[in-house]
Structure formats: C-alpha cells, structure tokens
Design a protein around this ligand. Sequence first.
Ligand code: SAM
Length: 186
Amino acid sequence: MNDFDKASWDEHYRHPGHDHHGHGRPHPQLVAAASTLTPGSALDSGCGEGADALWLAEQGWRVTAVDISTTALARARTRPGADRVEWVEADLAAWAPDAAYDLVSSQFVHVPEGGYDSYYRALAGAVAPGGTLLVAGHGAGGHDHSGTAQPAFDPAAVISVLDPHGWEALASEEGDAVVLRALRLR
Ligand SMILES: C[S@@+](CC[C@H](N)C(=O)[O-])C[C@H]1O[C@@H](n2cnc3c(N)ncnc32)[C@H](O)[C@@H]1O
C-alpha cells in the first residue's frame, strides 16, 4: 500500500470532516474563479467530501464530481444538496472524462509519482473551448494527510501540457495555495 491508494484514502475519510479545510466549505480560490464565470457544466476532479462540488451546484453549475474514495463519496452523498451533483467513483489515473466541461477544477489532488503529465492532459482535455481549468496545490511546506512533506505544486507542470496557442494561463499564490487558472481559447 502507498500513501495515495484507495485504501489509504478510504481510511483517511473514515472520520467526518476530513476535507481540506475540515469545515465543509469550498476553497476560496474556487469561489473566486467560479464567481467570475457564468454557471455551466463543471467537473470536480478528486472531490473528496464534496464541499466544492456542492457549492458549485448551489451556484447553478451542473456538476460531476469524481473521487477514488468510497467513504468520501458516501459522506458527500449524504450532504444537503447532494442529489444535485453526479458523483462518480473512479481512479483518476485510469479515468478519462467522456464529456467537455465549462469548468474543470482539481484542488489538492496528489497523483502517484510520474502520473502528473497524463493527469493534467486528461484534465485539460476535459475543458470545453472557452472553458476554464483551475488547478490548485500546496505551496512550499505542504504536507499530505499522513504528515509527509510534499513538493510544492508547480503550475509550470500544467502549463507544459497545454498547447501554448490554445490557452491563456495565469499562475498565482492565493493564501496557502498555488493556483493555476487557464482559459481554453479553442
Ligand atoms: C487532499 S484530498 C483533496 C480533496 C478535495 N479536492 C479538497 O481539496 O478538499 C485529495 C483527493 O483526491 C482523491 N484521490 C487521490 N488519488 C486519486 C485517484 N487516483 N483517483 C481519484 N481520486 C483520487 C482522494 O481520495 C482525495 O479525496
């Protein structure tokens, strides 16, 4: 077993309130980005207990939320408003979205070593023309759920898989998050 497999995440979520902030609130960088957009279809990749997905649905987005953890999704499904979200249990290392979304969000998702290129390509491929890709990760000094230090999220890793003529990308630091926001031009 490694730190990022299904069993580890299921164990992590066995007790309530283990989403990133532990308060069931959406991430501020998601709120900031989505608040500038007209609600359409959204994909929350690695949704955990679903705070972001539920918030998006409340704002009028049609949301698909994907996670590997059965326990995280089971808890998400019991939360108020959960019936407005399509919850999908899948391994992001193997799963490819079969639709294009106006917003694709990935918040603090750790991918096994070597898997980032294909993960970011799959996310980018899921964004509709004119849509937005939002990826956030920990800045320097972040830890995973087992307390192991994690390398800072590097937006350049996402940018490197994007067609430079097809996207406008902007990286920023927002609180304790490093954020990449990219607009798909075509
Ligand atoms: C640090 S949590 C972040 C959860 C949520 N996005 C948030 O920010 O609160 C990472 C999430 O990614 C999910 N995850 C990790 N590896 C995955 C994989 N291979 N496929 C699908 N989900 C995965 C975990 O189950 C967990 O819910």
